[in-house]
Design a protein around this ligand. Structure first.
Ligand code: SAM
Ligand code: SF4
Length: 326
């Protein structure tokens, strides 16, 4: 029998430092932002296998493209059997980097708020909007084997300027637009009064034909059932993924932005052992009591997500069979 009878997404934080100050990201809660060592990353890679993880997202809470050994980290992925994706704010991409990444990553997800300069400045503070938009178009032209995905920020200002933003992407042939149906409060670290409700976000996702970001964490129905059965605490957002932070620690929950509850270190423990330890843990009183996801996935919500997952799979299957017939 497998060590863990289901798979999860793994999120690896190359650095918890960032060149932006995004309005929706309370990174100031990270007491000592740090940079992962290459040896720690190699150790992390040796812990990741397809029977435990269905995808690895390079992101965490910092900006991976600011890592001083970015190229070495990208090269370290070569030959690894897992699927890798990266989330970036798009500010530090150039042709050489994009060519190096092409094919090594399945998806490059660039976070973007709005084509309105004022809104962009207020959400993605510290970044140069014109440069990011130029880099997005460069990525669209350069990437041949890696899929470019745009992660649209779920803030109220962004929703207000969505028509212009979406029109710009579609005019340039960029159709893979994703949005999170949730504005995360990161276990109480950020205020959420005035932010769009889940209902509003889901309505926008439907109206514009976006992909819902939560689907990216569902490997298959069997895995979700396995996660549910084996975890004492039935928190779906926690149980679907494991953040390995820039220090090389397995963590209790991605949404614990303070990184206050490490489970163990990649140099001492396999991913399977970390998952098993976490499975046995209940809610963390200090973080879970403040989290806006705690009671999110009740039966009605689960049914909605299951339906939307089934629709997505159906579209995929239909897409494949029509390509085959062409
Ligand atoms: C945490 S960032 C880190 C990676 C990278 N620096 C970036 O900007 O993409 C990853 C993604 O989370 C999204 N995000 C950040 N804070 C959020 C929040 N409070 N609620 C929902 N999504 C959020 C960002 O828009 C981005 O797409
Ligand atoms: S309730 Fe706790 S475990 Fe679940 S997402 Fe929130 S912080 Fe994480």
């Amino acid at each position: 029998m497998k060590e863990t009878p289901y798979r999860i997404a793994v999120n690896v934080e190359w650095t918890s430092k960032c060149n932006a100050r995004c309005a929706m990201c309370p990174r100031s809660m990270i007491a000592q932002p740090r940079i992962m060592e290459l040896a720690t990353f190699r150790q992390t890679l040796s812990r990741l296998s397809p029977d435990l993880a269905f995808r690895v997202i390079i992101a965490g809470y910092g900006e991976p493209t600011t890592h001083p050994r970015f190229d070495d980290f990208v090269e370290a992925l070569r030959g690894h059997p897992l699927r890798f994706d990266m989330a970036t704010n798009g500010s530090r991409l150039d042709e050489e980097r994009l060519m190096r990444m092409d094919g090594l990553f399945t998806g490059l997800m660039i976070s973007f708020s709005s084509t309105d300069p004022e809104v962009y400045r207020s959400v993605h503070a510290n970044l140069d909007q014109a440069q990011v938009m130029e880099n997005i178009l460069l990525a669209h032209r350069t990437l041949k084997a890696t899929r470019l995905v745009i992660n649209l920020s779920p803030t109220a200002e962004c929703l207000a300027t969505l028509p212009g933003t979406v029109a710009w992407f579609r005019r340039h042939g960029i159709d893979s637009l994703h949005m999170s149906p949730t504005y995360y409060d990161r276990a109480g670290a950020i205020r959420t009064d005035g932010v769009p409700s889940e209902r509003d976000l889901r309505a926008k996702i439907r109206a514009y034909g976006f992909a819902s970001q939560e689907m990216a964490f569902i490997p298959g129905v069997g895995d979700i059932i396995g996660q549910w059965r084996h975890n004492r605490f039935k928190c779906i957002p926690r149980n679907t993924s494991m953040l390995i932070d820039a220090g090389g620690n397995y963590t209790y929950c991605f949404n614990d932005i303070r990184h206050s509850h490490p489970i163990g270190h990649v140099s001492d423990m396999s991913l399977g052992e970390a998952i098993a330890l976490r499975q046995a843990e209940g809610p963390d009183a200090a973080i879970c009591s403040q989290c806006n996801l705690r009671r999110r996935y009740r039966p009605r919500e689960l049914a909605r997500v299951a339906l939307s997952y089934a629709n997505g799979r159906l579209k995929e299957i239909r897409g494949k069979s029509s390509t085959r017939g062409a």
